[in-house]
Design a protein around this ligand. Structure first.
Ligand code: UDP
Ligand code: MG
Length: 317
C-alpha cells in the first residue's frame, strides 16, 4: 500500500460524501495504491450510516468507529495505527482542507523530507476567535520547540510511515505532531495549501482551546528538551530560587549580627525561608523526575536516541 489518508470525523454527515468524492478523484489518477481511513469519533448524527454505506460501495474506504467521542487527537492516532500505507496523509473531515493539495505534499515528501505540513495561506476562519489566537500560538510554539512553522493548526499533512507510527499522542497533541516528530529526528517541511470556509456543520472548537494548547505546549516543550534530563530544568529553577533565598538570608543576618537590627517581623525573612523551602521542592522533584525517566526508558528498553542507519554486516573474519 502506497498511501493512507486518515480523516477524523465527528458529526460531519453533510460534508462526508462530497469530500470523499473529491479525495477519490484526486487519488485515483495518482496511480498509487491507497486507502481512505475514516475514523468516526463517536458521532451522534448520520455520520456512521453514511460511512458504512460508502464502505460497501468502495472497499478502499475503510471505517473505524470509536466507542465514544475521544477527541480529534485520539481519532487521528487510531487512524494512524490502522494505516497500512508507506505514506500517511492526515486531513480534516469537514471539507476545509482541499484534497487537491495531496499531490504537492507527496512531491515535497519525495524531496527527502519525513513530514510535510500544510500552511493555510489564505485561511478562511473568523479573525478574532480563530486566526489571531492561532497566529500567536504559532509564534510561541515555533519559538519554544525550535520547529519553525507558520501553521501548526493545519491538519493536512503527509508523514512517512516510520515517523507516523512512532508518534505517541496524548491530550490534544495532534497539532504538535511536527514538533514531536522533529524530536525523534524527522526532517520537516511546510508548503502552502488551500483552505476553504466550512460549508456544513459547525466547528468543534471554541476559544477555550487556547488554554489547552498552552498546557500541551508545556508538555511538549518539557518532553522535547528535558525528558531525559529533568533535573536540568527543575534543578536550575531550584538553584536560582534557593540562591535568591540564601542571599536574602545573608543580608538579614548581616543586619542582625553587625547592626543589631530586629529582623523577626521583617517580610523579607518570610520570603527568604519560603524561597529556600521551595528550592528544595524543585530539586527533589527533579531527582524524582530523573528516576522516572530511567524507569520509563529502562523498563521498556527504550533507547534515548533514534538510529537512522547502521553500516555493519555483523561478522568480521
Ligand atoms: N473532530 C473529531 N473529534 C472531535 C472534534 C473534531 O474527530 O472531538 C474532527 C472534525 O470532525 C473535523 C476535524 O476533527 O474533521 C477538525 O475539526 P473542526 O473542523 O471542528 O476544527 P477547526 O477546523 O474549526 O479547527
Ligand atoms: Mg474545520
Amino acid at each position: 500500500m502506497d498511501l493512507s489518508v486518515v480523516i477524523p470525523v465527528y458529526n460531519e454527515e453533510e460534508s462526508l460524501e462530497p469530500l470523499i468524492q473529491e479525495a477519490s478523484s484526486v487519488l485515483k489518477p495518482l496511480g498509487r495504491s491507497y486507502e481512505l481511513i475514516l475514523v468516526d469519533d463517536g458521532s451522534t448524527d448520520g455520520t456512521y450510516p453514511i460511512l458504512s454505506r460508502l464502505h460497501k460501495k468502495e472497499p478502499r474506504i475503510k471505517v473505524l468507529r470509536l466507542k465514544r467521542n475521544f477527541g480529534q487527537t485520539a481519532a487521528v492516532a487510531a487512524g494512524i495505527s490502522h494505516a497500512q500505507g508507506e505514506v500517511i496523509v492526515a486531513m480534516d473531515g469537514d471539507g476545509q482542507n482541499d484534497p487537491r493539495d495531496i499531490p504537492a505534499l507527496l512531491n515535497k515528501l519525495e524531496e527527502g523530507f519525513d513530514l510535510v505540513s500544510g500552511w493555510r495561506y489564505h485561511r478562511q476562519d473568523p479573525f478574532w476567535s480563530r486566526r489571531l489566537p492561532s497566529q500567536i500560538a504559532n509564534g510561541v510554539i515555533s519559538w519554544m520547540t525550535q520547529v519553525k512553522l507558520h501553521d501548526y493548526g493545519c491538519t493536512l499533512k503527509a508523514i512517512r510511515r516510520e515517523v507516523a507510527k512512532d508518534l505517541k499522542l496524548y491530550g490534544e497533541m495532534h497539532r504538535f505532531i511536527p514538533a514531536i516528530a522533529y524530536e525523534r529526528g524527522a526532517r520537516i517541511a511546510e508548503i502552502k495549501v488551500n483552505h476553504r470556509s466550512r460549508r456544513w456543520g459547525k466547528s468543534k472548537y471554541g476559544i477555550a482551546r487556547t488554554f489547552r494548547v498552552v498546557l500541551d505546549l508545556l508538555t511538549v516543550k518539557f518532553l522535547i528538551s528535558y525528558a531525559t534530563r529533568p533535573l536540568h530544568i527543575f534543578g536550575l529553577i531550584g538553584l536560582m530560587i534557593g540562591g535568591a533565598g540564601f542571599l536574602i538570608g545573608i543580608y538579614l543576618s548581616v543586619q542582625k549580627i553587625f547592626y543589631g537590627l530586629e529582623i523577626g517581623g521583617r517580610p523579607l525573612l518570610l520570603l527568604s525561608v519560603l524561597l529556600i523551602l521551595i528550592s528544595f521542592q524543585f530539586i527533589t522533584m527533579g531527582l524524582l523526575g530523573e528516576m522516572l525517566a530511567r524507569t520509563y526508558h529502562e523498563s521498556q528498553d527504550k533507547p534515548i536516541y533514534v538510529i537512522k542507519e547502521i553500516l555493519d554486516e555483523g561478522k568480521l573474519p
